[in-house]
Write a protein that binds this ligand. Structure first.
Ligand code: PMP
Length: 351
């Protein structure tokens, strides 16, 4: 064995354990497959790809389709292999050794994880016990550490909290560097930061095809940001990083916006039903604007509840040992049948 970089020696990998169960509500994917018409169109186009040639390096058609949907210019769109690669490219470009990245914990673990891999110093602000972010704490972190990159995640994973629009406005007033709003789940909520993006403001909004678009298998994500920033990211990302199949998959998906909206509406209505049912049980249920809900049992250890659900063939995410999330479990909204199975199991296991 040869040693890794000194600063990576204590790094732990990011894990999302998969278990073979009947009801899988642990990774925030869509429980619904994409429309059959999308799959047919995708397969038809695949047969016409010139496989001996590199793909369009600038992903011109895909970026034009995303830009058209959001009403921005294609030069404001950066696409990559999942929003995780978008985040990685952002951090390679704007973080790195000698630079500081701010997160507000608990939040999506990959923000801090990737930042550390780039060699940056991570400073962690604290959320309140209800997981909202106090503007005073936000200002303290920014004033004390002058971060080069500050993350907001809205709706926040794993808590489900939607940040109030004023919080972003206040952050933009004080942040000395780039503000990244991770909106992996934004279409399940009422608010988006997209209205703040322009060439004068150092803010980007990161989105994914993995959740609302039912396309987690495809690994496609993007950001909307200032033109000058997108141009810098293009210098850092690997050439031809986005394969031809993915460019087709994403472009065609945007012809099915109505289907996507219908799927989102279905999941939001299931979320409402699930939350109402859970509120009758011996649980803390945190308000969510995403396709998952964070819960905490009042009268048994979270780990025991997780195991009890697993024993009944239902897998949820066990956050109970994560910092600041004592006894918490995160449940992805599934199909009505999956949600019923979860509720039945939950009712059985809770004392
Ligand atoms: N951001 C957040 C907040 C997420 O929860 C996830 C998925 N767990 C991602 C980004 C990454 O999504 P993907 O790489 O599949 O686009």
């Amino acid at each position: 064995m040869i040693p890794v970089r000194d600063d990576l020696r204590s790094l732990e990998g990011y894990h999302s354990p998969q278990v073979d169960v009947r009801v899988r509500l642990n990774t925030n994917e869509s429980p619904l497959a994409p429309p059959a018409a999308w799959r047919d169109a995708f397969v038809a186009e695949l047969s016409r790809v010139e496989w001996h040639r590199y793909p369009d390096r600038a992903a011109t058609d895909l970026r034009a389709a995303i830009a058209g949907w959001h009403g921005v210019d294609p030069s404001q769109v950066f696409v990559a292999n999942g929003s995780n690669e978008v985040l990685q490219t952002l951090l390679l470009t704007y973080a790195g050794p000698g630079r500081t990245v701010a997160t507000f914990e608990p939040t999506y673990q990959l923000h801090a994880h990737i930042a550390r891999i780039t060699g940056a110093t991570v400073v962690e602000g604290e959320r309140a016990t209800d997981f909202t972010l106090d503007p005073t704490e936000m200002r303290r972190v920014v004033a004390e550490h002058q971060p080069h990159v500050t993350f907001l995640c809205s709706p926040n994973n794993p808590t489900g909290v939607v940040e109030p629009p004023e919080l972003l406005e206040q952050l933009l007033e004080v942040a000395p560097g780039l503000v990244v709003v991770d909106e992996a789940y934004a279409q399940f909520a009422e608010w988006t930061a997209l209205g703040h993006v322009d060439d004068q403001t150092p803010v980007v909004v990161v989105r994914t095809f993995s959740k609302t678009w039912s396309m987690a298998a495809s690994r496609l994500g993007y950001l909307i940001g200032p033109r000058w920033l997108v141009a810098e990211l293009e210098k850092v990302v690997l050439p031809y990083h986005l394969d031809a199949a993915k460019q087709i998959a994403g472009r065609l998906a945007l012809q099915f916006v109505d289907d996507m909206d219908a799927r989102v509406a279905e999941i939001v209505s299931e979320r409402t039903r699930l939350v109402a049912a859970m509120e009758l049980l011996d649980l803390e249920v945190f308000p969510s604007g995403a396709n998952f809900v964070l819960i905490r049992p009042r009268s048994m250890p979270g780990r025991e509840l997780w195991q009890g659900l697993l024993d009944r063939d239902v897998l949820v995410r066990d956050c109970s040992s994560w910092p600041r999330l004592d006894h918490c479990l995160r449940v992805t909204i599934g199909t009505p049948a999956e949600n019923d199975a979860f509720l039945d199991a939950l009712t059985e296991v809770l004392p």
